[in-house]
Design a protein around this ligand. Structure first.
Ligand code: HEC
Length: 152
């Protein structure tokens, strides 16, 4: 072994020990307590409207809502549009977060596309696929989700 190789060997041989020592010394002071690194802490808060937001754009849905839905459901989704009083059953309240959160995005999509009777609901809740594209329906869903959030 040459002198140069021996000189290299010495620091290399010490390295693992040095690393271990380093960790041993540092971990108590730098490692966060287990509670802080729990995966839950890293997750974004699960948004109730997450699915709809990823599909539709609430701002665009607002216009369709004003045109097609407010006569029965009211401008703020309170179920109090000008026609509401003569309808049996009454139009749903989109502002009711507990009620709206019980309905999945898929349910809402199917309801709007195929109409109330497709889901065992009143035919007063019509079939919108004749007027609205799938994209416009997703925009509406995003918008009605925002009505429920505002009233939380
Ligand atoms: C002619 C009146 C009328 C119009 C217009 C109308 N709805 Fe409805 N809607 C109803 C009635 C009545 C119900 C209650 C149906 C039931 O409970 O059987 C309802 C229920 C609903 C529900 C709740 C469904 C459920 O599963 O309980 C949603 C969501 C909804 N409507 C969204 C809309 C949207 C969005 C529009 C606009 C595209 C719209 N509605 C237009 C009358 C209407």
């Amino acid at each position: 072994m040459t002198g140069a190789a021996a000189a290299l060997c010495v620091p290399l041989a010490f390295m693992p020990a040095a690393l271990l020592c380093g960790e041993g010394v540092e971990s108590p002071s730098t490692a966060p307590p287990l509670a802080q690194i729990s995966p839950r802490a890293q997750l974004p808060r699960a948004g109730r409207a997450f699915g709809a937001r990823s599909h539709g754009i609430a701002e665009r849905g607002r216009e369709h809502y004003a045109t097609y839905c407010t006569p029965c459901h009211g401008t703020r989704g309170e179920g109090d549009g000008p026609l509401a009083d003569v309808l049996v059953p009454r139009p749903a309240r989109h502002s009711d977060a507990a009620f709206m959160n019980s309905l999945s995005d898929e349910h809402l999509f199917r309801l709007l596309k195929d109409g109330g009777p497709a889901l065992g609901k009143s035919p007063l809740m019509g079939v919108w696929s004749r007027i609205l594209s799938d994209e416009q329906i997703w925009d509406l869903i995003a918008f009605i989700r925002s009505l429920a959030r505002q009233s939380d």
